[in-house]
Design a binder for this molecule. Structure first.
Ligand SMILES: [Zn+2]
Length: 422
């Protein structure tokens, strides 16, 4: 058998050279993500904010007859921060756009409504026919182990299409994942939204048209809304998408807590991570989707959260490791709602989850009982699970507290907005 490429870990955070976005270690064993993070303490952020002001000023609508920019939003925490910066600090009049991902929680819908009211902004919803969304999701779940393809493809496409339709060329995004997680670019590169990055990293190299090939049950009519606009149309309007994280020292925890305080952004405790701010608007992101991430990549979202907190110097590497080991194997929640929504049974669901287990990180111990052994990335690091307990976890979480303001009131079905069910 061919020997799997070895994962070498960063000496500072918990990421390794197996990170799917790509990551490099320097001669001191520190990863590019950690190195680029250090820029947050080194760059002149006042100056960088002036650059942002200058860029955005040029897009201010003359005679107030149109919006100044577009902001893609969800019922998650980052949306509040971006709208706050754009509206209050940059003085722009944004059009908010949101792609209805259908896996909506009541907290997410409340957050979205509250966002629109508190900031007094217009908002556009894209509600793709749910029958199409389900057809697409059945296929991407089966073939690529992804129930999030339509969400990502929709969230990265709808704002761009709206920019063209409304002739509002500037799109303002929040954090750039490639910069934040693995230091793919320096903040100084001021990297902007691109068709290439979207394809390679956001949508796993699967363009809408790729879904039509092979044994697909989809047709043209099912996928056209996920097709990225042509260069010709983008260039005609001069569409560009910038990331605020290149111009402000990006710190999600601090930003989100300001939003809780100032605008009553609602948060909740999720079962598979300690971060109570991100993805509270979705039943699946931190559950089925997170388990699929673990199956495929050998680590889950709690590792991302832990790395971020290490870099911001709020937890130690050893405590971060304990948090990861505590949360990573927790049971997923709300899969029953997903099965009902998608119309598949539990056997198929379990079969598909197992099918996407990467044999680099999972070993099938017993074919009949389907007992698996996890040998993912945290398994290769210390400490072993036996060296800590729930009390240890509580103490770590007390030292670096994440506020949980609410519980889901409805956990029986997705909250429908817009077109909802046919
Ligand atoms: Zn690192």
């Amino acid at each position: 058998m061919k020997k799997q490429q070895e994962s070498i870990f960063c000496k500072k955070c918990l990421y390794s050279t197996s990170h799917p976005l790509g990551l490099v270690l320097d001669s001191n064993g520190i990863c590019t993500g950690c190195r680029v993070h250090e820029e947050k303490y080194e760059l002149d952020w006042k100056y960088r904010f002036e650059i942002l002001k200058k860029i955005t000023k040029e897009y201010k609508s003359k005679n107030q007859k149109n919006y100044d920019c577009i902001i893609p939003v969800s019922g998650g925490a980052e949306s509040y921060w971006v709208v706050h910066v754009v509206k209050n600090l940059l003085g722009l009049n944004p059009l908010l756009v949101t792609y209805n991902k259908y896996y909506n929680t009541d907290i997410g819908i409340w957050n979205l409504a509250n966002l629109r009211i508190k900031f007094d902004c217009d908002i556009l919803f894209q509600n793709v026919d749910p029958r199409k969304v389900k057809k697409i999701t059945k296929q991407t779940f089966r073939e690529f182990g992804s129930l999030y393809w339509h969400c990502i493809a929709g969230q990265t496409n709808f704002p761009v299409q709206t920019a063209i339709d409304f002739k509002v060329p500037l799109i303002i995004w929040g954090g750039h994942q490639g910069v934040e997680q693995v230091g793919m670019f320096s903040h100084l590169h001021e990297v902007e939204m691109s068709r290439r990055y979207r394809k390679d990293h956001d949508i796993m190299s699967i363009e809408a048209d790729n879904l039509l090939s092979g044994e697909s049950t989809l047709n043209e009519d099912d996928i056209w809304q996920y097709r990225y606009p042509e260069d010709h149309d983008l260039n005609k309007i001069g569409v560009r998408g910038i990331y605020l994280s290149n111009f402000l020292p990006w710190d999600p925890k601090v930003q989100d807590e300001k939003m809780i305080k100032q605008y009553n952004f609602r948060t909740t405790k999720l079962s598979r991570t300690f971060d109570t701010y991100e993805h509270v608007d979705c039943f699946n992101y931190m559950n089925v989707h997170d388990l699929l991430k673990l199956n495929k990549h050998g680590f889950s979202k709690v590792t991302d959260h832990a790395c971020r907190e290490i870099r911001h110097k709020r937890i130690t590497r050893i405590d971060a490791e304990k948090l990861v080991k505590h949360y990573e194997q927790k049971e997923i929640e709300y899969s029953d709602i997903f099965l009902e929504w998608l119309g598949i049974d539990k056997t198929v669901f379990t079969f598909l989850l197992d099918r996407h287990k990467n044999n680099k990180y999972w070993e099938l111990l017993d074919w009949d009982t389907k007992e698996w052994k996890f040998k993912g990335l945290s398994y290769l690091r210390r400490p072993k699970k036996e060296t800590f307990n729930n009390k240890t976890i509580n103490l770590i979480e007390k030292k670096n507290k994440f506020i949980s303001t609410h519980k889901y009131r409805n956990d029986k079905n997705y909250i429908t907005i817009g077109r909802g069910y046919p």
